[in-house]
Unconditional design. Structure first.
Lengths: 200, 150
């Protein structure tokens, strides 16, 4: 009799544990879904700005969230989800360029848009034609300067001036010290300034 | 999960410096960076909102891959068949040249043989003719032989 009750209790406990695990999984899935919806545009934007390649940015964004999903259970929340995702995106981008260099014969073609085309994008604000031409010229010059930056400088520059992240966030996302981030940023801005100065 | 730092290896080599103070920087730089950000945001927003069916891209890539393979196969097949044809042509030419050489040699041997036969024939005719014609000194020789016998 007692053994039967014990078995029944064990079965109930097992069912409850399974139910709890299912609920946890569902909650995690829902949470990750929210993360994707919230941060996907930002990750895509960073990758697009870094690569100037829409298809590549889309592919790397998908890979980023796929990797994040696989490792979601191990995310402990030590940094923000955005910083964690950005770190994955940066690593994926780095891996992509490394593979491209090593296997150049596989990827000889790039879909990156040229600088003039990238400079065509301007918000349709209340500007005069002259202001728009000036803005386009400025954007073009910044793209030219960005093109000459090293991979590190470009990453830091994009995170600071496109994503408007704090230096501490950039340091966490890139794995650099804040001082190093400042140094890279200083050089990147210096190059942009020189490029703009050369055209004025 | 532990992620490796992107630039962790060279962390200590880059000297630190103060953050660029854009507040004091010239207005043009600030404006340019602002425009740049707005431009990237506008571009990203437009591309992100655009529907890009993944299967189309996949299909295009598959098509390109297939076309690349097909082209490669055609090139390889062309090279191989060209090589085989060239080799075959060279073999044929060598065979024809050898046959021509043999024919030339046979012709030369035949000509030499004919020439020798002709020379033999002429020699024989000369010999026969010379035997039939009497010697011019023969009557005198006969007379001298008769005198001696007397």
């Amino acid at each position: 009799m007692a053994a039967g009750i014990l078995t029944a209790l064990e079965a109930m406990t097992g069912a409850a544990a399974d139910e709890l695990a299912a609920l946890k999984l569902e909650a995690a899935t829902q949470e990750f879904s929210t993360i994707v919806t919230t941060h996907r545009p930002q990750i895509f934007r960073f990758l697009l700005a870094s690569t100037r390649d829409v298809d590549l940015a889309e592919t790397l964004t998908q890979e980023c969230f796929l990797k994040a999903h696989r490792n979601w259970s191990s995310f402990r929340g030590e940094s923000s989800a955005m910083t964690w995702l950005m770190r994955i995106a940066i690593n994926l981008q780095k891996d992509h360029w490394r593979n491209r260099r090593m296997q150049f014969w596989r990827h000889t073609r790039t879909n990156a848009v040229d600088l003039d085309e990238a400079s065509d994008w301007l918000p349709s604000g209340e500007r005069t034609a002259e202001q728009r031409i000036l803005a386009k010229e400025q954007v073009s010059q910044v793209w030219r300067a960005v093109k000459e930056l090293s991979e590190r400088q470009r990453t830091v520059f994009m995170l600071r001036y496109v994503e408007e992240q704090e230096l501490s966030e950039i340091a966490r996302a890139t794995g650099l010290s804040e001082g190093t981030v400042k140094a890279h940023l200083s050089r990147a801005v210096g190059r942009v300034r020189a490029q703009l100065g050369g055209k004025r | 999960m532990r992620f490796m730092g992107l630039f962790g290896k060279k962390r200590d080599r880059v000297e630190t410096s103060a953050e660029p103070d854009l507040a004091g920087a010239d207005e043009a730089l600030e404006q340019a960076l602002k425009n740049f950000r707005q431009s990237v945001l506008a571009w990203s927003e437009a591309e992100f909102g655009r529907t890009r069916p993944a299967e189309k891209t996949l299909r295009e890539r598959s098509w390109r891959l297939a076309a690349g393979w097909a082209l490669s196969v055609v090139l390889v097949a062309g090279s191989v068949s060209g090589g085989v044809y060239d080799r075959h042509r060279r073999a044929e030419m060598a065979k024809a040249a050898a046959a021509a050489q043999a024919a030339r040699q046979q012709r030369a041997v035949a000509e030499r043989q004919a020439r020798e036969d002709e020379e033999d024939l002429l020699a024989k005719v000369d010999s026969d003719v010379s035997k039939e014609v009497p010697s011019a000194m023969e009557p005198l020789a006969q007379l001298m032989a008769e005198d001696d016998s007397r």
